[in-house]
Design a protein around this ligand. Structure first.
Ligand code: NIG
Ligand code: FE
Length: 389
């Protein structure tokens, strides 16, 4: 297998403190050797071993590819009008999901597949090399299973979210919908997914329903993750921790007990600032979670309703400006934090043996991701050792 060295990197984030300075393990004047799909060596440029190929980074910064652990890409239709209405003062509610459900059910497999492909590629160009995505806009046995099959063609990180809202077909009988989600729909979906998720919120599923659904998913080998405490205070975060969920996502409205639970449990707190941006909601308090000792991930929540961005750099900039994170913390959360939220140790780091996923920035340091918001700084991307963008 051919080896390649990327040399003359001004500043390399490894996310391994034993390899460089600070918690990000930053190495100055660095080089990375890629062998096949793996990182074979990292260190200072002058000590790099001989390789078959050589790429000159010309003083750019490099960091691990972003790990976006929360998105909803299997959808059709358009909700521009809903966004416009919100920006004229209307508030966001879970009910908007129904618009996308109708459009998604009406779409062909080819149209849905093309949509996922488009957004995965859009994210890749912005440095995202691992991306989780969910069902949740089908809400019938067939439409949920189809969404997961389509998602699985584009990523290994697939989440069953039949419990996004109660299907409009079951508006009068939510208990029967929970039976469907934990019965025939789970049977059809479990083979295509790694994770099970519930939107635990007023207007979606309460704590008891969420527990039933997550427990049923876990019994079928799916690890829980939870949409928790997004629009209001509620039981989602503590349920996630109690069930050993990989992640509690949103975490916008947290009591001290919720923060304590996250700090003392194994569940990652995944913050999704694109959602607060696009719904004009209060920001999640990343500083409070970090100071308490919780593990924090940052993700896009890319979906047509509450957060139509695929940009991890945008989320980093918001987290630094408005959520109390330092640029180093935000970059860690968008890479190693996302990997932790997906229970992955092969990505989110640039260390020997890791998958060779990295982004080069047209900037001398990763801090520019927050310092230069809105600027397309990602100038090259490798995923599993292949140059993709
Ligand atoms: O994560 N909160 C629930 N689900 C999505 C929004 C989905 C939609 O509005 O279509 C979210 O924000
Ligand atoms: Fe979401």
């Amino acid at each position: 297998m051919a080896t390649t060295v990327i040399t003359n990197i001004s500043s390399l984030v490894t996310n391994d403190p034993s390899l460089g300075e600070g918690p990000l393990g930053t190495i100055r004047d660095a080089a990375v050797v890629i062998d096949g799909d793996r990182v074979a060596w990292v260190g200072t440029s002058s000590k790099a071993p001989a390789t078959d190929n050589r790429v000159d980074a010309e003083g750019r910064a490099a960091l691990p590819g972003f790990v976006d652990s929360h998105s909803h890409l299997v959808f059709a239709g358009d909700r521009t009008a809903e966004f416009n209405a919100r920006m004229s003062g209307r508030s966001y509610s879970a009910g908007g999901i129904r618009t996308t459900v109708a459009a998604t059910r009406a779409a062909t497999d080819e149209a849905l597949d093309a949509n996922v492909r488009r957004y995965v590629h859009e994210a890749l160009r912005q440095g995202t090399t691992v991306l989780e995505t969910k069902s949740g806009y089908g809400l019938t046995v067939e439409d949920e299973a189809r969404a997961l099959r389509i998602a699985a063609a584009h990523t290994d990180e697939v989440t069953y979210l039949g419990a996004h809202i109660v299907s409009p077909d079951y508006a009068d009988d939510p208990a029967a919908y929970v039976d469907l989600v934990t019965g025939p729909m789970l049977d059809a979906c479990a083979p295509h997914a790694r994770w099970v998720d519930v939107f635990c919120e007023q207007g979606a599923f309460d704590g008891d329903q969420a527990r039933t659904i997550l427990t049923a998913g876990a019994a079928r080998g799916l690890t829980p993750r939870v949409h928790a405490n997004q629009l209001s205070y509620g039981p989602g975060v503590q349920l996630a921790v109690e069930l050993g969920a990989a992640s509690a996502d949103h975490c916008t409205h947290l009591t001290d007990a919720d923060v304590d639970a996250l700090a003392n449990g194994t569940t990652v707190a995944t913050l999704l600032p694109g959602a607060e941006f696009s719904t004009r909601a209060q920001w999640p308090d990343a500083r409070r979670l970090l100071d308490a000792g919780a593990t924090v991930a940052l993700s896009t929540d890319c979906n047509p309703g509450s957060s139509f961005t695929s940009s991890m750099p945008f989320c980093i900039a918001l987290a630094v400006r408005d959520m109390g994170m330092t640029p180093d913390e935000a970059v860690w959360s968008a890479t190693a934090g996302g990997a932790a939220a997906l229970r992955r140790t092969d990505v989110g780091r640039i260390t020997p043996g890791a998958r060779a996923d990295l982004a080069l920035l047209d900037a001398p340091s990763h801090v520019h991701l927050a310092y230069r918001p809105g600027v397309p700084l990602v100038s090259a991307v490798w995923r599993a050792g292949a140059r993709e963008a």
